[in-house]
Ligand binder design. Structure first.
Ligand code: SF4
Length: 95
């Protein structure tokens, strides 16, 4: 596949992920959830290293950013999407 076709597909997928994340209200996982996801990526045979840092060889995403997004999941099911409803909401004090 031509490099521009690969970049185009990767960018299109990234934009879809960001749109899904935006539509959900930009939810992130907890630090513990992030570290569990990151550990799975670090041990994954599909992990590659690019000029942008550690990168998933399946989806092309940064494995230092994607695991933070609650709406994302690993395509190989090494880690899963965590529903926002499973996370206690922070309360805001007014005044
Ligand atoms: S997202 Fe999944 S397939 Fe990609 S590097 Fe992480 S564990 Fe591996």
């Amino acid at each position: 596949m031509h490099i521009f076709a690969v970049l185009s597909a990767t960018l299109a997928e990234a934009l879809q992920s960001v749109e899904k994340w935006r539509a959900a209200g930009f939810p992130v996982v907890t630090a513990a959830e992030f570290h569990a996801r990151k550990a799975a990526c670090d041990a994954c045979p599909k992990l590659t290293h690019t000029a942008l840092g550690p990168t998933c060889g399946v989806c092309g995403c940064s494995t230092r950013l994607k695991p933070w997004l609650r709406t994302e999941k690993c395509k190989l099911r090494r880690w899963v999407c965590i529903p926002a409803a499973a996370v206690p909401q922070l309360s805001r004090k007014s005044g």
